[in-house]
Design a protein around this ligand. Structure first.
Ligand SMILES: [Fe+2]
Length: 383
């Protein structure tokens, strides 16, 4: 995140004593990315965060690519993808490259183990469901439409509330952030940005858990899930401060921009990371020139693969998409509105579309688990 935050009790300066009621020292921990050069936070634990008593590999979680790599525009129905009950263990990879992996999860029960992703930032788009993200930084309540961002290395647990739950999980090689052009020299979000600091929900309700016992954490690193065990509850933090913590942003708080004629996808950009961007297509008035064509022109995405997840059943330029559909328009081919959609958009005043777009700069591979969900004739739907 791009702003300083603090919760609980911390000492007046860094790296000095902070004593418990019994006189013992708290254990200070720095967590941040890019060595000591990226954003970081300092946490004050009741117990040693390094006291790992066991470690065992649970399973390999490397995505497997489809055997044949046909070049065509593609459409998948994620409702047909089978997922197991666990968010951490049973997410199913859909699309991936070396910068980002997109998976689907349909958890039905809160994981008993805690989770830590050591190889990627996680951004979870909550297509359906609600609950609370717990971590040593405090709690964040989440609901449908939220992007919940958990920077790498942070131990956390998604406590499931009202279901059903359908989550799109983006695992990011680089760290997820607001686009640079939205921020001023000092990191503040500028007036022209499509959201402000007030729209980002930060951890609250910090409670240091003083519990000894056996606490399992599933750690993802090297494309493996490893179960480590701590002898104390991992959320034993009495206070923290810094720039590195989980946060949530609702797609419903994204303020869309509208022009007299069509504006290109970068006006919908929500997040950036090296290698890709995330955009949000939200309900909005259409372009207001009397002759405007609100549907996009055909476009050839050179140096970019485009994935769109349809978070509602409406989308101006597509027919036959439904909630949960994914389209993949790869580099090397043009795509655009299907026959009739351009004409139908002329004179339209409003769209209720809701969609999440991932544009990658390197090609995406289709994972085996997505193949059965493919609409085989989509690529010919412009003919
Ligand atoms: Fe496109």
């Amino acid at each position: 995140m791009h702003r300083y935050h603090r919760l609980g009790t911390i000492p007046p300066k860094r790296h000095i004593t902070l004593r418990r009621a019994d006189g013992l020292l708290h254990y200070e921990e720095l967590i941040g990315n890019r060595g000591f050069s990226g954003p970081s936070s300092l946490l004050y634990h009741l117990y040693m965060p390094t006291a790992i008593s066991s470690s065992e590999v649970v399973k390999e979680v490397k995505p497997e690519a489809e055997p044949n790599r046909d070049l065509r525009n593609r459409h998948f129905d994620t409702a047909k993808v089978e997922c197991g009950p666990s968010l951490t263990r049973d997410r199913v990879p859909l699309l991936f490259n070396s910068d980002v992996t997109l998976s689907l999860a349909r958890p039905t029960a809160t994981d008993t183990a805690f989770a830590r992703n050591g190889q990627a930032d996680e951004m979870i788009y909550v297509a359906e469901g609600a609950g609370t993200l717990e971590s040593a930084f405090g709690d964040i309540a989440y609901r449908q439409g939220d992007y919940v961002v958990v920077p790498r290395g942070i131990v956390h647990r998604f406590v499931l509330g009202q279901g059903p739950h359908r989550y799109l999980v983006f695992e990011s090689g680089d760290y997820v952030r607001a686009p640079r052009r939205y921020r001023g020299d000092h990191g503040q979000l500028l007036e022209g940005a499509p959201y402000s600091e007030r729209d980002f929900r930060l951890p609250e309700n910090l409670r240091a858990r003083d519990e000894k016992g056996s606490f399992g954490i599933l750690v993802k690193a090297h494309d493996l899930l490893t179960r480590i065990t701590l002898d104390h509850h991992p959320f034993d933090v009495v206070g923290w401060d810094g720039y590195y913590y989980p946060y949530a942003f609702s797609i419903h708080d994204f303020e869309p921009k509208v022009g007299r004629t069509h504006l290109p996808p970068p006006v919908h950009q929500t997040f950036e990371a090296d290698g890709y961007v995330i955009c949000s297509f939200c309900p909005r008035p259409y372009d207001f020139d009397k002759d405007a064509i609100p549907a996009p022109y055909a476009h050839t995405n050179a140096m970019s693969d485009e994935m769109i997840f349809y978070a509602s059943a409406t989308f101006m330029s597509r027919k036959d998409v439904s909630f949960g559909s994914i389209t993949l328009h790869p580099d090397g081919l043009p795509h655009g509105p299907q026959p009739g959609r351009t004409e139908a958009s002329v004179g339209a005043k409003w769209t209720d579309e809701l969609a999440v777009m991932l544009d990658t700069f390197k090609p995406l591979q289709v994972a085996k688990g997505l193949l059965e969900a493919e609409h085989p004739s989509y690529w010919r739907s412009w003919v």
